[in-house]
Design a protein around this ligand. Structure first.
Ligand code: ADP
Length: 199
């Protein structure tokens, strides 16, 4: 990989230099799944655990980004794509700064996941399918969105009006219907820690 990108007289600081300060490998972990599957719960619990171990992290959460960077985007296919494209570009910037970047987005289609992977780069991108069936998520209804979708006040709702494609094979699958939150976090950390070790 090119360490310094040359644009005339300016030479940007390289990734290796940044990672020498953070003493970890910049990495993107992309949590995806239905609303209420447990993406934000697990991403934030993992972030806290990594932080306590001395790692520099950040968390990009779909709901939060929609209030700022992605304000104004809706849930049409084009808007979802743009929402994820921007998120993946930001994740790449953090990753190249040596930060462990946890992303929490529904990312309903294989094509969207593939887009995010392509933007971040194959070597840095690790996808985590947070698995929970529609009925379980509906029963949890953490944000009241399932009730609103049924009442018709929320449209284009994933898993109901708008499809969700399960992966054929994810880098990691965590089933939140069969394991407790703390077990999920332990399993995730065991898989993640070797991936963020400095090279
Ligand atoms: P999402 O970010 O995918 O929309 P949330 O993390 O906001 O979902 O909500 C998931 C809900 O499921 C939370 O209320 C959480 O307590 C609950 N839950 C039950 N079991 C688990 C588990 N094993 N892992 C994560 N969340 C779980």
């Amino acid at each position: 990989m090119t360490e310094h990108l040359s644009t005339g007289p300016i030479r940007f600081l390289g990734r290796t230099a940044r990672e020498s300060l953070t003493r970890q490998r910049g990495t993107v972990f992309w949590f995806y799944g239905l609303s209420g599957a447990g993406k934000s719960t697990l991403a934030s619990a993992v972030e806290k655990a990594l932080h306590e171990k001395g790692h520099l992290t950040t968390l990009l959460d779909g709901d939060l980004l929609r209030t700022g960077l992605n304000r104004g985007l809706g849930f049409s296919d084009d808007d979802r794509r743009e929402n994820l494209r921007r998120a993946a570009e930001v994740a790449r910037l953090f990753c190249h700064s040596g930060v462990i970047t946890l992303c929490s987005f529904i990312t309903p289609t294989k094509a969207f996941r593939s887009l995010a992977r392509q933007i971040v780069g194959e070597d840095d991108f690790h996808e985590i399918f947070v698995k929970a069936d529609f009925e379980t998520c509906r029963a949890r209804d953490v944000k009241g969105l399932y009730a609103k979708a049924e009442g018709g006040t929320v449209k284009q709702f994933t898993g109901r009006d708008s499809g969700f494609e399960e992966p054929d094979r994810a880098d990691f699958t965590i089933d939140t219907t069969t394991s407790s939150e703390s077990t999920c976090v332990d399993q995730l950390l065991a898989w993640m820690l070797p991936l963020i070790a400095p090279q």
